[in-house]
Ligand binder design. Sequence first.
Ligand code: ATP
Length: 388
Amino acid sequence: MPYVDDALLSRIRVYLRLRPSVKPSPAINIESETHRVLIDVEKSIGGGPPKAYVNQIVFNVDNIVQTTNQQTMYELCAKASVDEFLKGYNSTIMSYGQVGAGKTFTMTGDMKVYVHRGIIPRAIQQIFEEKEAKPEAGIVVHMSYMEIYQEGLYDLLQKRRDDLMIIEDNQLLNVRGLAKVRVETETEALKWFQEGEKSRSFGNHFLNSLSSRSHTILTFYMERRVARVSTQLALQVAKLNLVDLAGVERLKKTKGDTGSLMRKEACINNKTLSFLEQTIFALRLKKAHIPFRHSKVTTLLKESLGNNHKTVFMVCAWPEEYFLDETIGALRFAQRVKYLKIFQVTHKKPDCADTTRKQQLEIATLKQELALKDALNGRPGLGYDNLT
Ligand SMILES: Nc1ncnc2c1ncn2[C@@H]1O[C@H](COP(=O)(O)OP(=O)(O)OP(=O)(O)O)[C@@H](O)[C@H]1O
């Protein structure tokens, strides 16, 4: 009899974060206790007077965060995913929403003000606290950081700006040439992350002076030893993806010049986000063909939307009247994601300490890369991989 793990059957968790607003739209009604958002929309019927009927659209999410307090937001929405990663489950935390709604504030936060740091620096802190607290586990952490800009895939931890290739071998996804840096401390991981941020593509438009023009994926790879039966030890590996998607952008609202680079970026980003939505829709309808390969983002997020993954969507919205359509769009997306089930059926009760065939392949790849790095550097240890 196949064994179905209830925890893995759980659907993707979806949290709504509302950017603070001086004048929130009166059409948006938040029911915090039931985690529902009710939006009043005007319905005009053919030829009749506008605003004749008022409809209400109801959206359900797993929690609604209205606070600007980053610590509370982390505890409510992200800490559990990092806990799961540290227990050996592959996890993803992803931000989605219109431009300027607070995706980067949620994921990265304000790195200059300690209390305003976002999910990424807090996750780094949690990972290294665990590493220090459990020396017997021999936790080894590597990280990689990439951006998808105009459908090109770039390594943010390398100075060279080559368009990297995604290779899928035996269902194992690999980005050829992507640096995986071994990090020993929180300070070291933060330093690499901030280095990567410097190479990221930002732009300035009417709605956001520091707008992300690309999608970014920061990944932590953990390897730890766990006791199995009696004195046997097993190797456990897991991945944590921290994804900051570019914003959904209405060109007339960001007011970019016709033919400008900003408009081109917006069109490509919107197209990618629409592919993401189509992929989720196809998964929800259990279609025979799931269009993962339509974009680099969906190819790279295939694992996060598929089996064996714990995924959180942080849907960010700017609850002003002017952005009501965008808020409804983001919530529709949230609704589709919320009802997507991730099924994991195994033929025996899964033991966290067990490594699956796929994980073994990942370990082997990592080990090969490290061996090659050692050979190149003439010494083992920390540092910068630059492997192709
Ligand atoms: N919850 C929040 N509390 C306080 N300030 C916020 C919050 N959300 C967003 N902001 C502020 O709003 C501005 C825009 O936020 P941010 O850059 O994170 O948006 P974004 O969704 O990442 O936009 P884009 O898609 O253009 O990159 C920033 O100045 C940020 O500090």
